[in-house]
Design a protein around this ligand. Structure first.
Ligand SMILES: [Zn+2]
Length: 451
């Protein structure tokens, strides 16, 4: 099936290439919009039917781009990849060519770009999540995973592609931009209203993102995950901004890769939302946000695979800023992303707390004021799992899983202690840690996979 799809991609890429070429010639001939409509909507159509067909199509806005990938298509592909299990060894597949191809793109460029707060760079934190996620996905023989860069350089496969295909990437980028302009001008694509403001990508970064979209398409990739940490554009230097929480960006619903991307985005958002607040910024607060202009997820209809851009939180939030918390928090984001993908593929983990941070040795935490680190992070998540964090009357935006013990943690422990008939000290002593051991001894069963 994958092989058939690759062939299909090659053919459709060729059509796209021809379409681009024709669009350029057509532009000179002054008939671009009809040509673009014709080829965008349905590939080659006999010319004699084109005129009436085009006018019919022009009446139905927002159905211009042919669906390039569906959720069912990749879910079925996942299910049919044969797996071999042998005692004492990792599961393998006998059909590596049919694996689900996932590209993980830690946001921004090696050594350049992205936001920074308190000496913590987005591009480094994004890489930490990306590598942890790649590690988890690589254990599943159904996935073929690649990470786009290290801290210092692009993956050589991509670097070579950028170098060897620079002209084609530029043509791809310009041609799609021109087609989009024409679609917007003739009303066949509707502009997205109320978009969240994003910084414009510098031209080199834009070239690389279009290059990635072209490369994933040329190579039959199924999913691209862009990993970012958000920032509040208005906050003053050195002062934390107003907003917090995660948001998952997916392509505008008019784009070819929209539906599969959104379905995956919703599955990942549901897992992140188990332990983290959705963004408090207007328009991001829906959790899964459609966007027409982010190149990463296919602006100008430039991505064929399912593409998502996850903003895991705001850079000034404590889980990014506290060095003692960051590793566990980033591993946890990666784990929740992985769980979301498994849910999407209908192959969920059989038992999980939905967090990688606990079970924990509860004798190693007291939660005294300002205590911080993996133990406090685990405690906050365990208390949340048990229904006591955030405490009554508060939400995750007031009381995030931060890994730092302050009033939220204390109140939450008091409420837990009262519910268990323990002295309400607000600190974890022997009785409370014993209760936590009992309450978190057994992860809940979730639906078994089809394996
Ligand atoms: Zn970013």
């Amino acid at each position: 099936m994958q092989y058939t799809r690759r062939i299909f991609w090659r053919i459709s890429r060729y059509i796209l290439y021809m379409r681009n070429e024709l669009a350029w010639y057509a532009a000179y001939a002054g008939c671009i919009s009809s040509m673009v409509v014709l080829f965008c909507a349905g590939g080659f159509v006999p010319l004699r039917t084109a005129t009436s067909w085009v006018s019919t199509q022009a009446q139905s806005a927002a159905v211009f781009f042919v669906t390039s990938i569906t959720a069912v298509q990749i879910q079925n592909q996942y299910r049919t990849i044969p797996i071999t299990y042998s005692a004492g060894a990792a599961a393998t597949t006998t059909a590596p060519v049919s694996r689900i191809r996932i590209l993980i793109v830690p946001g921004h460029q090696p050594t350049i770009g992205g936001t920074e707060f308190g000496g913590v760079w987005e591009r480094d934190v994004a890489l930490e999540i990306a590598d942890a996620l790649a590690g988890l996905l690589s254990q599943n023989p159904r996935y073929d995973v690649m990470v786009s860069r290290t801290a210092t350089e692009w993956n050589p496969v991509l670097q070579d592609y950028f170098d060897a295909h620079a002209l084609e990437i530029d043509t791809f980028k310009q041609s799609l931009a021109l087609q989009m302009q024409n679609h917007l001008a003739d009303g066949s694509i509707l502009p997205a209203a109320d978009q969240v403001y994003h910084d414009t990508a510098p031209s080199e970064a834009a070239f690389q993102l279009y290059g990635i979209n072209k490369w994933t398409s040329d190579n039959g990739y199924d999913i691209t995950l862009h990993i970012h940490i958000n920032d509040d554009a208005e906050h003053r230097t050195g002062v934390a901004g107003k907003y917090s929480g995660f948001a998952v960006y997916v392509p505008d619903h008019q784009y070819s890769n929209a539906v599969a991307s959104k379905t995956i985005g919703e599955a990942i958002a549901a897992r992140l939302n188990a332990y983290h607040a959705t963004s408090t910024l207007a328009h991001e607060d829906v959790g899964v946000v459609e966007d027409q202009q982010l190149i990463a997820i296919g602006s100008n209809n430039s991505a064929s695979d399912a593409a998502l851009l996850i903003e895991y939180g705001y850079i000034y939030e404590p889980q990014f800023q506290e060095s003692s918390v960051r590793s566990v928090a980033m591993a946890d984001y990666a784990y929740q992303t992985y769980l979301g993908l498994q849910d999407f593929f209908k192959d969920p983990l059989s038992t999980t707390y939905g967090s990688i941070a606990f079970p924990y040795d509860w004798t190693k935490v007291t939660a005294k004021k300002n205590e911080k680190g993996p133990a406090v992070y685990a405690l906050q998540e365990a208390l949340h799992y048990l229904g006591y964090y955030p405490p009554v009357g508060k939400n995750f935006s007031d009381c995030p899983v931060s890994g730092v013990a302050r009033a939220c943690t204390r109140t939450s422990i008091v409420q837990y202690q009262r519910a268990r008939g323990l002295p309400a000290s607000g600190l974890i002593g022997p009785d409370t840690s014993a209760a936590l051991f009992r309450d978190t001894a057994q992860p809940p069963a979730s639906p078994l996979s089809f394996n």
